[in-house]
Design a protein around this ligand. Structure first.
Ligand SMILES: Cc1cc2nc3c(=O)[nH]c(=O)nc-3n(C[C@H](O)[C@H](O)[C@H](O)COP(=O)(O)OP(=O)(O)OC[C@H]3O[C@@H](n4cnc5c(N)ncnc54)[C@H](O)[C@@H]3O)c2cc1C
Length: 316
């Protein structure tokens, strides 16, 4: 008989889903986000903690041909040690390698990085531009949700200053920050493999190289046709918007054009205009609104012109 305040280790997804559907249940995997939030906070005292970490049914990385499927209990270390991830989705590999430090990555899961829905998450921008989706499972069965449709807007999150989590202590991440129903769990992620032509760049600006959340980050993908014109482009900046967004949001001004810095400016301007709406909510707006255009320009120059970004690891 499960009591409130219990810690449970379900043996199967079916059991986990049943437990998580109960009032007051909170799922977690590595606990590297949840335990930081929960420490010393009374609203977590009477919850039933459902531990998905290490669950064998969710500990898989499967090559499905054109896609890769990653179970929700896979840690970032396991992800980084899998050759198929580095070869097939190098952008995700790069982003995951920049999360925290080895100790954190040994416990932290990719699913937890998504489900925590922090605007400065390192993996979410990569998954957004790669068009990934998640499989979620609840008492009513399974459904697939594109990562781009998974998040709710969280203005409170924008007031964070790096790891100094001051305002967002949402316990019910699943229903408050994600478009999931009570009791639904992310059980896996599905990502299309990057094609040989699909170039990508991940970039992270952080205060503390060894373990800091991003002050700003971005993931971008793009490709060029045989005639040198742009055939695809997408960028997702992190650490600036209340929910993840890919740009361009409407018509893509780069398509069919030869890449150059003047052309890149049209994308940078669209992002800067959108960012202006966050002036009163975003911690560090003055700094971020000045730096983001520069790093986006440099990222596009690396992506399309092969000009390496100055200092591929920036620190402030
Ligand atoms: C010192 C430190 C440094 C960090 N640095 C970084 C960094 O540089 N970059 C970065 O992106 N993150 C960083 N983080 C945050 C964190 O490590 C990552 O977000 C991590 O991937 C979370 O995974 P987890 O398994 O530990 O999540 P947990 O803490 O277990 O869970 C996080 C949230 O997701 C929910 N959840 C977990 N799994 C599921 C699931 N399968 N279905 C539904 N909901 C689920 C939980 O209920 C909880 O609300 C850092 C954390 C610490 C403590």
């Amino acid at each position: 008989m499960i009591q409130v305040g219990d810690y449970c280790r379900p043996a199967s997804v079916a059991e986990a889903v049943t437990l998580c559907a109960r009032e007051g249940a909170v799922s977690f995997a590595g606990g590297t986000d949840l335990m930081v939030k929960a420490r010393g906070r009374s609203q977590f005292r009477d919850k039933t903690f459902v531990d998905l970490g290490g669950m064998s049914e969710l500990s898989f990385i499967r090559d499905e041909g054109e896609t890769i499927s990653i179970g929700a209990a896979v840690t970032l270390t396991q992800l980084l040690q899998t050759a198929a991830i580095k070869e097939s989705v190098p952008l995700l590999w790069q982003a995951a390698s920049r999360v925290a430090n080895r100790q954190v990555r040994n416990r932290a899961t990719l699913a937890g990085n998504i489900a925590n829905a922090c605007p400065a998450s390192d993996c979410i921008p990569a998954l957004m531009v790669l068009g990934a989706s998640v499989t979620v499972t609840g008492t009513e069965g399974e459904r697939t949700i594109p990562v781009a449709e998974l998040f709710r807007s969280c203005e409170a999150c924008l007031r964070h200053d790096g790891m100094q989590v001051r305002t967002c202590f949402f316990l019910e991440t699943v229903t408050k920050k994600l478009t999931l129903r009570q009791g639904e769990l992310i059980t896996s992620l599905e990502i299309s493999k990057q094609s040989a032509e699909q170039r990508s760049v991940f970039y992270k600006l952080t205060e503390n190289r060894s373990s800091g959340m991003a002050v700003l980050n971005f993931a971008m993908t793009g490709s060029l046709g045989a005639d040198g014109t742009v055939t695809a482009f997408s960028v997702c900046p992190g650490g600036v918007f209340p929910k993840p967004r890919c740009f361009p949001e409407r018509e893509n001004p780069l398509l069919g054009r030869l890449p150059d810095r003047a052309l890149f400016q049209s994308i940078v301007q669209e992002i800067s205009d959108s960012l202006a709406a966050e002036k009163d909510t975003l911690a560090g707006y003055a700094y971020k609104s000045r730096v983001l255009p520069e790093i986006l320009q440099d990222g596009m120059a690396q992506l399309f012109l092969g000009i390496p970004m100055e200092g591929s690891e920036w620190s402030i």
